[in-house]
Design a protein around this ligand. Structure first.
Ligand code: AMP
Ligand code: ZN
Ligand code: FE
Ligand code: FE
Length: 298
């Protein structure tokens, strides 16, 4: 059984529509796919229909933009009730922060003499519920200013570069509680990705586990073999579920092909069992939509 629990569609900054992403996952030989767009569940329904057609189990997820000790953190929320009002409100606030940032980013670029406007960004992806820097990057590519997303981030969009603008992110510990209340489970994405220092450290991760964290994404392209080994040891000590995933973005990220990292089936089963328990504690009696599909895949 091949399991990839973290991928993006055009609902955020992936380049495939949700149904295309699911078809690509089936073609790549995956049995289970986690759809985890940034800050939105907008792609779930389309992906679920496609998953049924392809006989693939879809795990409904959201990669929530959070902040912990002054640093950005991405939290993978799996199987939360997407209609839980406080979660809906928090996601709305984050999406508002994304929408507020866009004109500021464009103003910075215009200040650098680049002729770019909101229409250029929408032309790059009009479906995006969660507009982000990658969409600005794609517009810069279409305008011939840069060759690809990587050059756009390196020259303009990374922190410290001239078109970087901060946006609202939720407090990580608040989001952990919210996901719990919504009957879902949380996995910290690429905890040490693109970081020289290994923070959050073991002690900090213990605090997050106590605050409701269920798992750690260990096998991720941004973690080198030594980091993976150290994170795996921390996860073992804290009894956190270990996941592995591609963080696929279609053609938007090289070296992140579907299935390039996968999750151990036993860890997947543990995650789904803990999600079922979380749903029960949250008082969600009804069978969650992913269950039927995941049973078929077994
Ligand atoms: P935002 O959501 O607007 O804060 O943009 C962050 C997203 O951009 C990340 O989640 C990645 O998907 C993507 N990203 C970050 N750095 C790069 C990069 N150097 N090249 C391509 N995509 C990137
Ligand atoms: Zn992304
Ligand atoms: Fe991320
Ligand atoms: Fe991601």
């Amino acid at each position: 059984m091949r399991i990839d629990l973290h991928a993006h569609s055009r609902a955020s900054d992936g380049t495939d529509a949700p149904a295309e992403l699911v078809a690509a996952a089936a073609a790549a030989g995956l049995d289970v796919l986690g759809l985890t767009d940034h800050d939105t569940a907008a792609g779930w329904d389309e992906a679920a229909q496609a998953a049924e057609q392809h006989g693939l189990a879809l795990v409904r997820g959201i990669e929530i933009s959070a902040r912990h000790r002054g640093r950005g953190a991405h939290l993978l929320a799996y199987l939360p009730d997407p209609d839980h009002p406080p979660l809906v409100a928090q996601l709305a606030r984050i999406l508002e922060g994304r929408r507020d940032r866009l004109p500021q980013t464009l103003a910075r670029l215009q200040g650098l003499g680049i002729a770019i406007d909101a229409d250029d960004v929408h032309a790059a992806n009009d479906d995006a519920v969660a507009p982000g820097r990658p969409h600005v990057a794609d517009a810069l590519v279409r305008l011939g200013v840069v060759a690809d997303r990587y050059e756009a981030f390196a020259r303009f969009l990374n922190p410290g570069r001239p078109a970087y603008v901060e946006r609202y992110a939720a407090r990580l510990t608040d989001v952990l509680a919210l996901v719990r209340e919504a009957g879902g489970v949380s996995v910290l994405a690429h905890a040490w990705g693109r970081r020289r220092e290994e923070v959050p450290d073991a002690e900090d991760l213990a605090g997050l586990a106590a605050a409701g964290l269920t798992g750690l994404e260990v096998d991720h392209q941004e973690h080198d073999p030594g980091q993976r080994a150290r994170l795996r040891a921390i996860a073992r000590d804290l009894d956190l579920v270990v996941t592995g995933s591609s963080d696929h973005h279609g053609t938007g990220k090289v070296d992140h092909d579907l299935g390039c990292n996968t999750t151990d089936p036993a860890e997947y089963e543990r995650l789904m069992a803990l999600a079922a328990e979380a749903a029960r504690v949250a008082g969600r009696g009804a069978e969650r939509p992913a269950d039927a599909a995941s049973r078929r895949a077994r």
